[in-house]
Design a protein around this ligand. Structure first.
Ligand SMILES: NC(=O)c1ccc[n+]([C@@H]2O[C@H](COP(=O)([O-])OP(=O)(O)OC[C@H]3O[C@@H](n4cnc5c(N)ncnc54)[C@H](O)[C@@H]3O)[C@@H](O)[C@H]2O)c1
Length: 263
């Protein structure tokens, strides 16, 4: 349980869901973690849970749509723990809307939360990682970044842009020994997902039943994604950059129209 010993890692969107699952495992593997999230109370509580479990963690309130707040998040990590080795750009928002339903405002918001946020965090994290003589950035992607669904158009564009940013930065930053990778979780019934599905009249029970139809027989969990993220943050992946790590039980190999896969 010491694969990230001595490392300092920021996870955005870490108050709940996949981000919290990642933050917990990262801390359990010995890293000092900075949890960034727009939800202050929930974020404080999540950081405190990690500390109660014996990990090292602090919370920093951040709206990742705001460049100055992202810069401040990076500063908090360096001021608190002295350096920065890892960044997990996980904060996300995935409202369902077809092309016709997507207003310019919704488009802007979805791209800001899911893609522009990563640009801001990378921009301010990279100089600190250069000082640390290297680093690892993990972008939380989606199958929708490769091919999205008819009812989640802006999100697909945002996650596609995030994939392109991943590959671009992987090439641009390799001389600095900064690696950049993209993780594709499968379908996780996180709080955010349950809320969005609930608004569409889909109960938790119905969604759980849907999970049994997925390949390998179940939904993925935050921990499934976290295992991959820990690998990509650790020195075990020191020769891995610009890659996509699918943690979706092969769901992305299916024709996109088949599944209920939501993003
Ligand atoms: N749940 C899934 O099935 C699934 C599948 C593929 C990819 N993903 C991706 O995984 C990531 C996490 O998703 P989740 O399912 O845990 O969702 P979630 O809604 O449960 O958690 C998202 C977190 O991001 C935070 N957040 C949202 N907007 C923010 C902002 N402007 N600034 C700071 N924090 C903000 C939220 O407060 C929340 O804590 C997202 O990037 C999502 O696109 C999820």
């Amino acid at each position: 349980m010491n694969r990230l010993q001595e490392k300092v890692v920021i996870v955005t969107g870490a108050a709940q869901g996949i981000g919290l699952g990642c933050a917990k495992l990262i801390a359990a593997e010995g890293a000092k973690v900075v949890l960034g999230d727009i939800q202050k109370e929930r974020g404080e509580q999540s950081a405190s849970e990690i500390r109660n479990e014996g990990g090292e963690a602090v919370f920093c309130a951040v709206d990742v749509r705001d460049e100055q707040r992202c810069a401040a998040l990076i500063e908090v990590a360096v001021k608190t723990y002295g350096k920065l080795d890892g960044l997990v750009n996980n904060a996300g928002w995935f409202p369902r809307a077809t092309l016709e339903e997507t207003t310019t405002e919704l488009w802007e918001q979805v791209l800001q939360v899911n893609m522009r946020s990563a640009f801001y965090c990378c921009k301010h994290a990279v100089p600190k990682m250069r000082q640390a003589k290297g680093g690892s950035i993990v972008n939380m992607g989606s199958i929708c970044g490769i091919q999205s669904l008819p009812n989640i158009v802006a999100y697909g564009a945002a996650k596609g842009g995030l994939l392109s940013l991943t590959r671009t930065l992987a090439g641009a930053l390799s001389d600095d020994r900064i690696r950049v990778n993209y993780v594709i979780p499968g379908w996780v019934l996180s709080e955010g997902e349950l809320k969005i599905q609930g608004a569409q009249g889909h109960s938790k029970e119905l969604l759980q039943k849907e999970g049994e139809r997925l390949r390998l027989g179940r939904h993925q969990t935050p921990l499934d994604a976290a295992y991959g993220v820990v690998y990509l943050l650790s020195d075990e992946s020191s020769q891995v950059t610009g890659t996509i790590l699918h943690i979706d039980a092969g769901e992305s190999t299916l024709p996109i129209a088949r599944g209920a896969y939501p993003g």
